[in-house]
Design a protein around this ligand. Structure first.
Ligand SMILES: C[S@@+](CC[C@H](N)C(=O)[O-])C[C@H]1O[C@@H](n2cnc3c(N)ncnc32)[C@H](O)[C@@H]1O
Length: 325
């Protein structure tokens, strides 16, 4: 009797032990990535370590998230520096190509070779696509700034939006548009965004200098005149404006500040005189830390006048930005 009871007890104990051993250890299945953790993989205390691994896992995840959050800032800064480098290099290469093209002392064949090498450098940094993407990213990164905000503010301040209806929208030509910046105002603005190399389906591929002389109520040239490397073509861009802006219509031009504030050949007074000769007067202007904004109105007749390249600021520390009309 005693022995049969002992036998039964032994069998029961074996069965219990067997069941305990065959219990699944979910911790290893749930976090395969932790299988290399010595404290987990070496354990035979399934449940306790499952909890331990859970906590450790969460701690690790939280740490990883923190790390990811911390590392965000430098990455943005590095890429924004990269964007600026692309923009600056692209402008410099454009200017160099232009000066090589015009240099009479360079032999024709050498000229072609030098220009090809410079064009190849432009392609190496990603070409016009990289340049435009960098401009767009820069715009988004710096609080979604774009010239459209100032332009809309001025249009409202000068009551240009008054009495505009669905049938009589303001016809606005946005030259060098990275996107349709006036889409939100489609109720009163009919925007035609154009660019030599559109980065968005909303933008029409067109060269401003080759547009038919169709009239617009507003023409916007934001950071476009300075984009053109040829000083005469910059003048052609300004000359094109009276052909496209209706009488009493508006013209907006935006420049990086150094183009007017620190150029050897151009200052605000000369730039305004150029526009006056083309029939425009300044109705509003503004300077931000980096940009100069102008709003002109077309009221006068064009009085053709030429503006050759002349030194206005002497001395070393000036840039060579110029416009020849
Ligand atoms: C610096 S981005 C200006 C982007 C935007 N307007 C802004 O204010 O940020 C200059 C753009 O002008 C465009 N562009 C230059 N010359 C042009 C022309 N003749 N016709 C149309 N677009 C032109 C370039 O392709 C480029 O995308």
């Amino acid at each position: 009797m005693f022995f049969s009871l002992l036998d039964e007890l032994t069998i029961l104990l074996r069965q219990t032990l067997k069941r305990t051993e065959s219990r699944p250890r979910t911790s290893f299945v749930a976090w395969p990535s932790f299988s290399k953790m010595s404290d987990c993989s070496a354990s035979s205390h399934g449940d306790i370590l499952t909890k331990h691994c859970e906590t450790k896992g969460r701690e690790k995840n939280a740490k990883a998230k923190k790390k990811r959050k911390k590392s965000k800032k430098p990455i943005v800064e590095i890429s924004s520096r990269k964007d600026r480098r692309i923009i600056t290099e692209y402008h410099t290469l454009n200017k160099t190509i232009d000066s090589v093209r015009k240099n009479p002392s360079i032999h024709r064949e050498d000229k072609a070779a030098q220009i090809a090498a410079l064009e190849a450098k432009k392609e190496k940094i990603g070409g016009i696509n990289a340049y435009q993407k960098a401009s767009k990213l820069g715009e988004a990164r710096h609080g979604s700034f774009n010239s459209a905000k100032w332009i809309l503010k001025q249009l409202r301040a000068h009551n240009v939006c008054a009495n505009r209806t669905e049938d009589e929208k303001l016809r606005l030509l946005d030259v060098g548009a990275l996107d349709n910046n006036y889409k939100k105002h489609a109720k009163w603005i009919q925007c035609t965004p154009i660019d030599l190399n559109p980065q968005s389906n909303e933008v029409i591929k067109a060269d401003f200098l080759k547009l038919d002389d169709k009239k617009y109520d507003v023409v916007v040239l934001s950071l476009v005149v300075n984009f053109e490397g040829d000083i005469r073509k910059r003048g052609d861009m300004l000359r094109k404006c009276p052909k496209l802006v209706v009488d009493k219509g508006y013209l907006f031009i935006v420049f990086p500040r150094p183009c007017l504030d620190n150029s050897r050949y151009l200052n605000e007074e000369l730039f305004v005189s150029m526009l006056e000769s083309l029939g425009f007067y300044v109705c509003s202007c503004h300077s931000s830390k980096k940009l100069s904004f102008f709003m002109f109105r077309r009221t006068r007749q064009v009085r053709v006048k030429s503006f050759p390249k002349k030194i206005l600021r002497k001395g070393g520390n000036h840039n060579n930005f110029a416009i020849v009309l």
